[in-house]
Design a protein around this ligand. Sequence first.
Ligand code: FES
Length: 103
Amino acid sequence: MMADIEIEIDGKVVHGYSGESLISIADREGIDIPRFCYHKKLSVAANCRMCLVDIEGNPTPQPACSTLSSAGMKVHTNNEGQNCTKGCYGVFVNQPPTGLSNL
Ligand code: FES
């Protein structure tokens, strides 16, 4: 089956299927989008927000795992929202709440 739409991710023109998730297209094209809760063989929960991307024309970052593609989308993966999410997880992993080590 041939891809039927064209979108841009970080300025690179890529092809996908209408309604395919952004993270699926990015994976196929070798574009890295960090994720925790997404796995292609599981249902999409979209809980962790690690995969947030900016989409031109959209006022807020969207999760790439649950956002469906449409022709002409322009997506940016290196954005403020994603950097913030990564920073928050970094703090938790590097400085877990006290008392967890006693469990
Ligand atoms: S990977 Fe968790 S919200 Fe997308």
